[in-house]
Design a protein around this ligand. Structure first.
Ligand SMILES: [Zn+2]
Length: 396
């Protein structure tokens, strides 16, 4: 049993508590809701005082663990089309041992940075042995893409095989589309039917660059060129005259939990359409990956002002230097300093847990949950802000 106090506790399920007390048992289960010493008329003994903020474990809703071996191998600032081409080239000829080591190093990095649950994109089974160890909670999104409708059946069968393989070991998983521009209508519909039947959660890369908007709205652009290079001559949705999400909406179930990842070039109108059409919608930001690939950040304030449910992702080590939710929060906080820390922490914890359907255990410091307890150190206590040197460690 540990009794912990710090400058502020952020339970997330209730407002922050100055010098609050958290009691957590040896199994990491919260024994009581956060105690406010201002309301106590007795003393609690053996409380360990800490400097900084305490919050629940972080939820990383977007990662590609299988790409961990590509750390520092792909050029920065190339744009998404060249990034994908370079990625395809680098995927070939990899040493399996190095790859496994990179996976385990990446997982350790996430654990050290306070991440307790991950929404992880999979194109193969290379991460499954690590996931079966259960060091972190994973939801595996089996990702599918192919703009060629003739390949839809075979691509879906392959995804189903991976799905069965990871599900057999009691892992949480679903089959999901890669991006609005990279699937045929036929493949989208197969995923839709499957998702409606299973109730599975879905995740899709969305509006990562202006090129995606161009692909849907006009007759040219780098994405069309890239697909041509991959041998796709007449992709569905190309030059449809609609925004990406409006173009594909009827091919995605509108009641399943849906995560839109990146949203770098999303506008007010896009948000309005999305929130009116999809019933259980979440928006994931991976700002450091956006800076790595496109040198551009989403308009965070737009989403905050529209009361969107925001989550945080690290993306992969192919497009990020570190797998740290805190590092992403620092980038966001520097961009929109007017958004309160309690809101940013909700994006990094509770919203992700709710999207992944694990909020019964994770995402807030509440009696009976075992969310992981983090200490955020080197902070601006007076203004309740993260600063450049802010660090995080898992303490329970
Ligand atoms: Zn991604």
């Amino acid at each position: 049993m540990q009794k912990l106090t710090a400058d502020y506790i952020f339970p997330i399920s209730q407002p922050s508590v100055k010098n609050g007390i958290v009691i957590v048992d040896d199994n990491g289960v919260i024994s009581e809701n956060v105690i406010d010493p201002a309301n106590l008329d007795y003393n609690i003994s053996d409380v360990k005082p800490l400097n900084g903020f305490i919050c629940p474990g972080f939820i990383n809703t977007h990662c590609h663990l299988e790409l961990s071996y590509l750390k520092e191998k792909i050029h920065e600032h190339t744009g998404i089309d060249k990034f994908i081409i370079e990625l395809e080239q680098q995927r070939k000829g990899i040493n399996e041992e190095e790859k496994a080591q990179a996976l385990s190093d990446a997982e350790n990095e996430m654990i050290e940075n306070g991440i307790v649950a991950v929404g992880d994109i999979c194109n193969d089974n290379s991460t499954f042995p690590l996931k079966n160890k259960g060091n972190i909670y994973y939801h595996s999104f089996i990702e599918t893409f192919s703009s060629n409708p003739e390949k839809a059946d075979i691509i879906f069968e392959k995804a189903l095989k991976l799905y069965d393989e990871i599900k057999n070991k009691n892992n949480s998983c679903s089959i999901t589309p890669h991006a609005p521009y990279s699937l045929s209508k036929k493949l989208f519909l197969k995923i839709k039917t499957f998702a409606e039947k299973s109730g599975n959660i879905l995740s899709i890369h969305h509006q990562e660059s202006e090129e995606e908007n161009k692909f849907f709205m006009s007759k040219n652009g780098n994405i069309k060129d890239m697909l041509t290079r991959f041998g796709v001559t007449n992709p569905d949705f190309y030059n449809s005259g609609l925004r990406p999400l409006a173009g594909i909406a009827e091919y995605i179930p509108n009641e399943n939990n849906l995560l839109l990842v990146h949203n770098t070039v999303t506008t007010d109108n896009d948000i309005e359409f999305a929130t009116s059409y999809f019933k259980n919608l979440y928006w994931c930001f991976c700002p450091n990956a956006n800076l790595y690939i496109e040198q551009r950040l989403p308009d965070f304030a737009l989403f905050f002002n529209n009361k969107c449910k925001i989550t945080i992702g690290t993306d992969s080590l192919a497009s990020n230097k570190i797998l740290s939710v805190l590092a992403e929060l620092k980038t966001i906080s520097a961009s929109i300093p007017f958004v309160p820390l309690t809101e940013l922490l909700k994006w990094a914890t509770f919203n992700g847990a709710e999207f992944l359907k694990i909020s019964h255990k994770f995402g807030s410091i509440e009696k009976g949950k075992s969310p992981g307890i983090l200490l955020i150190e080197n902070v601006d206590v007076e203004n309740m802000k993260l600063i450049k040197d802010t660090e995080v460690k898992a303490i329970a």
